[in-house]
Design a protein around this ligand. Structure first.
Ligand code: NAP
Length: 302
């Protein structure tokens, strides 16, 4: 049996935190939502946008009534956020987070919140925008949320976190934190690193002007710029926190890049075609499994 959640406190009211609050208001109207953010400007914006029942100035006061507390701050700020709520937490509250890497966050929260029940989670959903105005209630619909309970976590608390995300429209999978970090290094962290690299490289080329890069960006470059516009602080923290898995995946990527480099140099068209046919099939599987739209050019209007 899942533990009942009647009051949720969200700490960090940016893209993800404000989207959770909006989704709760829409899908779980019986649940009370309290919000807190370290930034006074964000608290003012959150009050004006009205997605929480209450926005508290003090983190400990914000969590005093909470059955479930969700930390939605950058990965490198989880320890601070945990320490700031510790004095106000009820002994039986469940603490969770939405961090994009899990092993480091689990360690940081275990230290910051000794004796408290922490059930980490990661909604694999987001956009390149940040801040309280960027959130929207449907962000998690049909998306995966990965829950990474520590060994021995009580089943009713894991079920409460799982049920909460399902109620917001997400599909939930449970796995170990270390496995999550390896999977996300491939599916999210490496693609962001590549996008940051390509966009940075293009802007520094001497023989191609910046205006040419922008003018002819529809050739492929434009799609990388969306990812490379993601929040600098959030992504700095993700790479520092998931260092080992990212470096291991990057090593594999460099090896594969060398294979393609050789194929181009040797004029091995068969190798290139075989590779590109395999990658096209992966795109088709993503569409078939409802993780993206089949509309050409990502549904852009021309
Ligand atoms: P965001 O829009 O930048 O919002 C984060 C908010 O947390 C900011 O308002 C920030 O204030 C505040 N904050 C920082 N430290 C705090 C503290 N100690 N106590 C209270 N508030 C604090 O970031 P986001 O995109 O929502 O990301 C939040 C978390 O979600 C990150 O851990 C990220 O890895 C994870 N995530 C993000 C995505 C995505 O696509 N964006 C997807 C899945 C998961 P300041 O700006 O003043 O520091």
């Amino acid at each position: 049996m899942a533990r009942a959640i009647g009051h949720v406190t969200i700490v960090g009211l940016g893209l993800i935190g404000s989207s959770i609050a909006r989704a709760v208001k829409e899908r779980l109207p019986q649940v009370t939502v309290t919000g807190h953010d370290a930034s006074a400007d964000v608290r003012v914006a959150a009050r004006a946008l009205g997605f929480c029942d209450t926005v508290a100035d003090d983190p400990a006061a914000a969590v005093a009534e909470a059955d479930l507390v969700i930390l939605a701050v950058p990965v490198g700020r989880m320890a601070d956020a945990g320490s700031s709520i510790a004095p106000g937490l009820r002994g039986d509250a469940i603490i969770s987070d939405v961090g994009s890497s899990k092993s480091g966050v689990a360690d940081a929260l275990a230290k910051a919140l000794p004796g408290h029940l922490v059930i980490p989670a990661h909604p694999v959903a987001g956009t390149e925008n940040s801040g309280p105005a960027a959130g929207f209630a449907s962000l998690f619909e049909g998306r995966w949320c990965i829950v990474t309970p520590p060994a021995g976590a009580p089943g009713e608390a894991v079920a409460a976190v799982t049920g909460f995300w399902q109620a917001l429209g997400a599909k939930v999978e449970t796995m170990e934190a270390a496995h999550h970090d390896r999977v996300l290094a491939v599916t999210s962290h490496l693609p962001h690193l590549i996008a940051y690299t390509i966009v940075g490289t293009a802007s520094e080329l001497e023989e191609v002007t910046e205006s040419e890069v922008i003018k002819y960006s529809a050739g492929g470059f434009r799609d990388f710029t969306r990812i490379a516009a993601s929040d600098p602080v959030m992504w700095r923290d993700v790479f520092l926190a998931n260092k080992e898995a990212v470096l291991e995946t990057l090593q594999r990527f460099n090896e594969d890049l060398t294979v393609l480099q050789q194929a181009i140099r040797r004029g091995d068209g068969g190798k290139l075609e075989e590779w590109f046919t395999r990658t096209r099939a992966i795109r088709r599987s993503i569409i078939e499994q409802g993780q993206d739209d089949a509309a050409p050019d990502f549904g852009r209007k021309h």
